[in-house]
Write a protein that binds this ligand. Structure first.
Ligand SMILES: *Cc1c(COP(=O)(O)O)cnc(C)c1O
Length: 450
């Protein structure tokens, strides 16, 4: 069923407003839209489209400002970048250079984080369904901690660790029953969600974990949702509850050394007003600051979302009876968020002339054979003749990482910009790679297994 388009009660931000709020972007009167000091038209010429473009300086700046906010609040904290938001090795490696570890949710992400240079001691393994194989790998690598999501998983991890002669450092993921007031598909901290254990069950389960032979419980973890975009009140409530739980567990004689405060800090895609790093640090301090626990954070989107754009080329502009369709060469298989969450992304033309041209409403769509392959409806845009370039803003998180090859469309290239240089950090997938690993079974069933 098609979801209703979101209704906003404020007008869309203007091109100038979108640009002003994004320090990595600038409009050059001749070269057109730039990421740092590199023109997107140049990248399109050299690398083709669609292409993800990430600003290294923005990634660094954001990592530093989060780190600084935690330090200024006097918190002893480590940051573990949620690699699911952008697992590009170059991105994870750059953030590692800035002192961030990694939060991973699969064997593939664990291997990617290690390949990107993150030491095992900086890696947290989250996720509601870790397989035995993933647990074994995490324990063999001796990662910092595994976050446990249920009594059943605690038993399983204990058995796996004991069979390896180890004790697994682990934290219990608590569901604080706090409404993060975000999209239903990305809220995780309500009792009805699949994540974590209800806070009322946590004391008994933590006690049980302490008694299991293969576990070394080190603390608690919480993650209430993603794109939390209305201040930090829900964080405050969650950390308050976690703080009470820490006291309760300690009173019962259990060690609680760390609290992993999760991720979820939102970014302004349109005109949202998410909390700042300083406000988040304040919420952590208020709920957990006087407990002497080591604080951990698992941000994804906040770090890398604003650092990336998706660069696309117009294939054709189609005038239907009542609507203007701009059909671009990027699609829902590249940037899934609009189709999946009705997400709003800023769209800017790349040429300076188009940036200043008269506007009229258009639907921007991809070539995929689904009606939901629609990036926006009724957006005010200039005329965009074939071969015009456009950018989808704030596409650095849950962009490339959610891509698929639906409609046999190769994965787009990824580029990193720093200052006046750029480099391809991931080649565009080849059409040969798309069919690699497939075979036509012999018609006589020779070699078929029974
Ligand atoms: C997805 C996720 C994150 C990161 O969320 P963002 O909204 O990108 O900050 C952190 N922790 C856990 C457990 C997650 O599932």
């Amino acid at each position: 069923m098609a979801a209703p388009a979101p209704v906003f009660d404020s007008p869309d931000p203007s091109f100038a407003d979108l640009l002003a709020a994004r320090p990595a972007l600038a409009m050059d009167p001749i070269a057109g839209l730039m990421v740092e000091e590199v023109s997107l038209a140049r990248i399109a010429d050299v690398v083709g489209t669609p292409t993800w473009v990430y600003s290294a300086t923005t990634l660094r700046r954001r990592a530093r400002s989060l780190r600084d906010a935690l330090a200024e609040a006097g918190l002893d904290a480590s940051i573990h970048f949620a690699t699911k938001s952008n697992p590009a090795l170059a991105v994870v490696n750059l953030l590692h250079q800035e002192g961030l570890g990694a939060d991973v949710v699969s064997e593939g992400e664990l291997r990617a984080a290690r390949a990107a240079g993150v030491p095992a001691s900086g890696i947290v393994f989250s996720g509601v369904g870790k397989t035995e194989r993933e647990m074994r790998l995490a324990l063999a690598e001796d990662i910092l901690q595994l976050n446990i999501e249920s009594a059943e998983e605690a038993e399983m991890l204990s058995a796996v660790a004991a069979s390896m002669g180890k004790r697994a450092r682990c934290a219990l993921r608590v569901n604080p029953d706090v409404d993060a007031k975000t999209h239903a598909k990305i809220t995780t901290g309500l009792t009805e969600n699949k994540f974590g254990v209800p806070i009322a069950m946590a004391p008994a389960l933590y006690a049980k974990m302490c008694a299991l032979p293969g576990l070394d419980p080190v603390g608690l973890t919480v993650h209430i949702g993603s794109q939390i975009a209305q201040g930090v009140a829900s964080y405050r409530a969650a950390y308050q509850r976690l703080g009470q739980l820490v006291r309760e567990l300690r009173a019962a004689g259990h060690p609680v050394l760390r609290v992993d405060c999760g991720g979820g800090l939102g970014i302004p895609y349109r005109d949202e007003t998410p909390g700042t790093p300083a406000a988040l640090a304040g919420a952590i301090k208020a709920g957990l600051g006087d407990l002497g626990v080591k604080i951990m954070l698992e941000p994804g989107r906040w770090i890398c979302g604003p650092a990336g754009v998706l660069l696309a080329r117009v294939i054709v502009e189609k005038q239907a009876t009542t609507r203007r369709f701009v059909i671009v060469d990027a699609a829902m298989n590249d940037l899934l968020r609009p189709a999946m969450y009705e997400a709003w992304h800023g769209i800017l033309p790349v040429s300076a002339a188009a940036f200043h041209a008269p506007l009229s409403p258009a639907d921007v769509v991809g070539p995929v054979c689904e009606s939901s392959d629609t990036f926006t409806k009724g957006r005010d845009l200039p005329a965009l003749p074939p071969n015009s370039l456009v950018t989808f803003l704030d596409a650095g998180a849950y962009g490339a990482s959610m891509s698929s090859t639906y409609n046999a469309r190769p994965l787009a290239a990824e580029v990193m910009v720093e200052g006046n240089r750029f480099t391809v950090i991931r080649d565009r997938q080849s059409h040969a790679a798309l069919i690699e690993g497939q075979r036509l079974p012999p018609a006589d069933h020779a070699g078929w297994a029974t």
